[in-house]
Design a protein around this ligand. Sequence first.
Ligand SMILES: [Zn+2]
Length: 135
Amino acid sequence: MAYMRSVPRAWRERKIKYQLIGGKCKDCGKSFYPYRQVCPACGSENVEEVKLPERGVVEVFTVVRSPPSDFAWQAPYVVALVRLEDGTLVPAQITDVDPDEVHEGMEVEAVFRKYREQGQQGIIEYGIKFRPRTW
Ligand SMILES: [Zn+2]
C-alpha cells in the first residue's frame, strides 16, 4: 500500500490519528481533538498530548448529501459531534451505518478509515471515523 511506504511516518500518523491523540490544557483542564498547541478554550499554550477514550456517543449529527468533490465518493454520509467518555467533543464522520439509522445518543467507537480522496492526484488520506459499537 502506497501510504505505508515511509514506515516511520506511517507509524507517527497512526499514533496521532488512530489512537485518538488529543490535547489537554494544564491550565483550564479542557481536553480537545485534534491536538493543537494552543488551548481552544482559554488560549493557554500549556497543553500536553493525551490519549483520548475511543468510545463515545453521538451528540448531534448532520447527513451530508451534496459534499465537496473530494468527498463525493462517500455521499451521503453523516458528520457528527461525538462526546467521548471523558467529555471531549470530537467532530468526525460516522461510518459503517445507514445514515437513516444514526441517532443522537448512539454509542460509537473510533476506527481508522479512508477519509479523503483527492481526485486528480489520487492522494488518499486516512483518519479517524466513528462506527456504531458492536458489543
Ligand atoms: Zn485551557
